[in-house]
Design a protein around this ligand. Structure first.
Ligand SMILES: *[C@@H]1O[C@H](CO)[C@@H](O)[C@H](O)[C@H]1NC(C)=O
Length: 210
């Protein structure tokens, strides 16, 4: 059998628990932060937990999300190590592409965090900590969701680095999960800022009358 002729059933080993645990952790993270952030927005659960200090509460959520991300990355790499490799993905070209993707993914994630700050990156708007203006410079002139697309690039790069088709499948799952998250988050964030703009406009009107 030629090296590239591998039956599809042997590309990805679905009998490995680690594969499904990784898939679950990929879906769990955005689910977790959306549930917690909406609870914060409606009931101020985190701000109350931190004695009314919303800045501290937001930093605590940021640290939690960051740690969950590390756990997810650990579970992903563990899953990949237990999966079959694919010769085509083990060529040097594939490795170079992998390094390029991981580097661009990190650039997107880090520059986005740099542009937005910690509270801007980690759901500060749900805590009432709003940005003064919409950030339009890099990386937001390249993509509207640099955190999500940057993270997806890193997953894809890691899949290629390990040479594992299972990684490509999990990356597609990451992409799908983030698409769902975006359609859930974007209208909500837009509504938070629209409300702030209405309040600002109302205050401006009040001043003019006086
Ligand atoms: C995005 O903005 C940066 C400066 O912040 C600029 O250097 C870059 O060329 C812009 N990219 C695009 C695609 O507009």
């Amino acid at each position: 059998m030629a090296p590239y002729e591998i039956p599809a059933s042997e590309l990805v080993d679905l009998s490995r628990n680690s594969f499904w645990i990784s898939a679950a952790s990929i879906a769990f993270n955005p689910l977790f932060w959306n549930i917690v952030a909406r609870q914060e927005y409606h009931n101020k659960i985190l701000t109350n937990l931190f004695g009314g200090r919303r800045q501290t509460a937001c930093y605590a959520l940021a640290a939690t999300i960051f740690c969950l991300g590390l756990v997810r990355d650990f579970l992903y790499e563990r899953a990949l190590r237990q999966q079959p490799s694919y010769p085509l993905l083990e060529q040097p070209e594939s490795k170079w592409l992998a390094y390029g993707l991981i580097a661009s993914g990190n650039v997107l994630v880090l520059s986005s965090t740099w542009a937005l700050g910690i509270t801007g990156t980690f759901l500060g708007d749900y805590f009432g900590i709003l940005m003064d203006d919409i950030v339009t410079g890099f990386p937001f002139n390249v993509t509207d969701a640099p955190m999500y697309y940057g993270s997806t690039c890193s997953f894809l790069g890691t899949a290629l680095l390990y040479g594992k088709p299972a990684g490509l499948l999990l990356t597609a799952w990451v992409f799908a999960v983030y698409q769902v998250a975006l359609t859930y988050e974007n209208p909500f964030t837009a509504a938070i800022y629209a409300k702030r703009d209405r309040e600002r406009a109302a205050k401006g009107e009040g001043k003019k009358v006086r």
